[in-house]
Design a protein around this ligand. Structure first.
Ligand SMILES: Cc1ncc(COP(=O)(O)O)c(C=O)c1O
Length: 385
């Protein structure tokens, strides 16, 4: 095998397009130079349709968790009542962050592998007799491959409470539709290394005017992640309060160009096709999936590993075919593996990963599945060409 041919199907980080790598190689510029404000403004505004935001998107240097933390640190004051939808490891992380900032966190626990239904959230919110400051939810719960119905949940939040609605879109923004105003989202956060086709290191926070007002008045202590500093620096100088990750921002500019060239509607359709190909292919070889078609994310698919040989799929995919997939997290460790199909991913890539899974199953279990998943995925693809 050519050792430099490695195939990344983890649900983040994801492959980087060559032209994005080239863009990141541009000569360094000083962030207090004349050039930087033009670059930052270009990226912050071109990301607006991708985030469904009416305001420019704030860019932080940090991983996705820094954006989650920023959302919590700038809104939560000691003993605020906060609701978090916990449908997997990342909802759980959001809840832990809120607890760290002194909130009274009410966790709405959803079975891992299922999406939160609006009725579940409505009933839960109605059962809390106190004023709720914010409701946090995860758009794509990466640990289970579930896409929560963020629009419908937002309707419930605004019907039942006066709370802010804060959404973690780390593993799907750039691949799915979103409309902050229409869906009642006040803060939407994301990271660079998933559907946005960049290396890890940038975090994004989109805030509406209501959220900005709450953040302005929030008395909680914070420094590096104080969003007021970022908003003020952008407002006055189109800059950032601290040294930005300039090269990654150049990369983000190229990503915006790519999304515009393909057309964001087509990007969304491509991800729906990738999801259908993966799911239909795996169903054809009778591999159990963790989520229903209805709840499944277009960016990541969780596959059950039910018997001893199947638990070795992840290792064999890597050893024999240089394919990296994700494992299970927390209570799903050893129970599933996860295929990321987001960002710089095409139907041909899906054929590659499905073919490798077929061969791996043949190795492990002697199952005669060669060509079956691939054939089914090709049939799905042909319906769309
Ligand atoms: C939904 C979700 N939220 C938050 C994070 C955390 O992002 P990071 O690992 O970049 O800090 C991830 C990372 O996988 C994620 O998938």
């Amino acid at each position: 095998m050519l050792l430099d041919q490695q195939y990344l199907f983890a649900p983040g980080p994801t492959p980087i397009p060559d032209r994005v790598k080239a863009a990141m190689n541009q000569p360094m510029i000083a962030h207090r130079s004349q050039e930087f404000p033009t670059l930052l403004e270009d990226v912050a505004t071109r990301l607006m349709p991708v985030f469904g935001s009416e305001n420019p998107v704030t860019v932080l240097a940090g991983s996705g968790t820094s954006a989650l933390e920023a959302a919590a640190a700038n809104v939560i004051e000691e003993n605020d009542e906060i609701v978090v939808v916990v449908a997997g490891a990342f909802g759980d992380r959001f809840a832990s962050i809120c607890e760290t900032f002194g909130a009274n966190v009410h966790r709405l626990n959803i079975e891992w592998g299922a999406a939160c239904k609006p009725e579940q959230l409505e009933e839960f919110l109605q059962s809390i007799p106190k004023e709720i400051k914010a409701v946090f939810a995860t758009y794509c719960e990466t640990s289970t491959g579930v896409l929560n119905p963020i629009k419908d949940l937002g309707e419930v939040v605004k019907k039942v409470t006066n709370a802010l609605y804060i959404v973690d879109g780390v593993s799907c923004i750039g691949a799915v539709p979103v409309d902050m105003k229409g869906w009642n989202i006040d803060i939407l956060v994301s990271g660079s290394q998933k559907a946005l086709m960049l290396p890890p290191g940038l975090a994004f926070v989109a805030m509406n005017d209501t959220a900005r007002e709450v953040i302005r008045n929030c008395k909680a202590k914070r420094f590096y992640l104080d969003l007021n500093r970022y908003l003020a620096s952008y407002e006055t100088d189109k800059s950032t309060p601290f040294t930005p990750a300039v090269s990654l921002i150049y990369g983000a500019q190229e990503v915006c160009r790519m999304l515009e060239e393909e057309g964001f509607e087509n990007v969304i359709k491509r991800h729906l096709l990738l999801k259908e190909m993966v799911r239909e292919g795996l169903k054809a070889i009778e591999i159990p999936l963790l989520t229903s078609d209805e709840d499944a994310s277009p960016t990541v698919t969780a596959v059950r590993t039910i018997d001893e040989p199947s638990k070795q799929i992840k290792k064999l995919l890597k050893d024999k075919f240089a394919i990296t997939v994700g494992g299970g997290q927390k209570k799903l460790k050893g129970e599933i593996f996860r295929i990321g199909h987001m960002g710089y991913c095409t139907p041909f890539d899906v054929i590659k990963v499905l073919g490798s899974i077929e061969m791996t199953l043949k190795f492990l279990e002697g199952k005669d599945v060669l060509g079956i998943a691939v054939k089914r995925a090709e049939e799905v693809w042909m319906e769309h060409v």
